[in-house]
Ligand binder design. Structure first.
Ligand code: ZN
Ligand code: ZN
Length: 375
């Protein structure tokens, strides 16, 4: 986006006096000040734009360059524009037009730094994924120091009201600005806004307020999760310094492969090997399922590739309704070695009419890709 002309931004003529520029800026700054336009991004941009224009036009050197070369003339002077500047910083420097700028919602709060996030892995079986599970996990992490309870002080007497800010966490500073003497509020540099200082540190944690320890965390893992999914428990990570808020505990799910079943989305697949007699005359078989076993009737004349669908015997949909299916895929087993007797029996069958395999066009109808659904 092309930068607007600074004189246009403030709404003044090119030959405006320094006083006119100051007045024009004050008007804009009042109009777009974030205290009057809370959470208004548009107003914030306008405030920044006006502050930037004033920064240039109120400075003899910058103004001269700008008048001669426009925006390009300022680039070499470290003027990269105010749009990317932190509002906090900007208000500290240009927000004083209000005189009694209090900081208000723009004050940073420093009481104790936030702790870091923790990442752990949880391994789950297919059974656990199917039902969802409540797990209690021992996590090694930074916890509040047992001795001082997180304060970092040796005892109650070692905590004193900050003498610099008298416990307020902020100090007022008189400033000379172009509008006269004004008062500005700043975070207390001694206690960093905490309002208290520690005279003698806790011996155990050396004043940090935290130490490594073990915590047992209970997590409810919903049914239907899958490998790689992330769950986040806010505030269960490492605690912050001096009782500061804790970071998050991020849990990534790992699937323990099942011995017999292969997961395909919400479905599970079982490869069933049938001997050639069972496939031919039909059989009653038992197949492994997520929970226990399921009996299944194999009809006579079952070809390799046929899929038996066991409705709703798969995995539940994460945070949704319904379950997937279990798919049982038939594979006809061809023996690899034969005894003399087996050889003799099979040789007898070779010439029988119903044992002739189809060929060519006829064979197409026999490759079985059909599905049999068991509700
Ligand atoms: Zn301690
Ligand atoms: Zn202080």
């Amino acid at each position: 986006m092309a930068k607007r002309d600074y004189y246009d931004v403030l709404g003044v003529a090119k030959n405006a006096s320094a006083d006119d520029i100051k007045k024009a800026y004050r008007k804009k700054a009042l109009e777009f000040h974030p205290d009057r336009n809370p959470d208004d991004k548009g107003a914030e941009e306008k405030f920044k734009e006006a502050a930037e224009a004033y920064d240039v036009l109120s400075d003899g050197d910058k103004k001269a360059r700008y008048d001669r070369y426009g925006h390009d003339g300022l680039e070499g002077m470290g003027m990269s524009g105010f749009q990317g500047m932190d509002m906090e910083e900007l208000l500290r420097r240009y927000g004083v037009v209000f005189g009694a700028y209090s900081g208000g919602s723009h004050r940073s709060r420093f009481s104790g730094r936030t702790g870091s996030n923790l990442r752990i892995k949880i391994k789950m079986t297919l059974e656990e994924i199917s039902t969802g599970v409540n797990k209690k996990i021992k996590v090694r992490k930074q916890i509040n120091c047992n001795t001082c309870g997180g304060s970092g002080a040796r005892d109650a007497k070692s905590i004193e009201r900050c003498p610099t800010c008298h416990g307020m966490g902020s100090i007022n500073r008189e400033m000379n600005t172009f509008l006269g003497r004004t008062t500005m509020s700043e975070i207390c540099p001694v206690c960093h806004g905490e309002g208290q200082t520690i005279t003698t540190s806790c011996n155990t944690c050396k004043g940090e307020g935290r130490a490594y320890g073990e915590e047992t965390i209970e997590v409810d893992i919903p049914a239907g999760v899958h490998e790689g999914i992330q769950l986040s428990l806010s505030g269960r990570g490492n605690v912050g310094v001096k009782g500061g808020p804790a970071g998050d505990l991020n849990i990534s799910i790992e699937e323990i492969p099942h011995d017999d079943l292969k997961r395909e989305g919400h479905h599970v697949v079982y490869e069933l090997y049938l001997n050639f007699v069972d496939a031919t005359v039909g059989a009653n078989v038992e197949v492994p399922a997520i929970h226990g076993h399921i009996r299944l009737t194999i009809p006579p004349g079952t070809q390799s590739g046929k899929v038996f669908v066991l409705k709703d015997k798969g995995l539940p949909v994460l945070q949704g309704y319904g379950r997937g299916d279990q798919l049982v895929r038939a594979n006809v087993w061809t023996p690899k070695k034969l005894s003399n007797e087996e050889q003799r029996l099979l040789e007898k069958l070779r010439e029988m009419p119903n044992f002739q395999a189809p060929s060519g066009k006829e064979a197409k109808g026999y490759s079985d890709r059909t599905r049999e659904v068991y509700e």
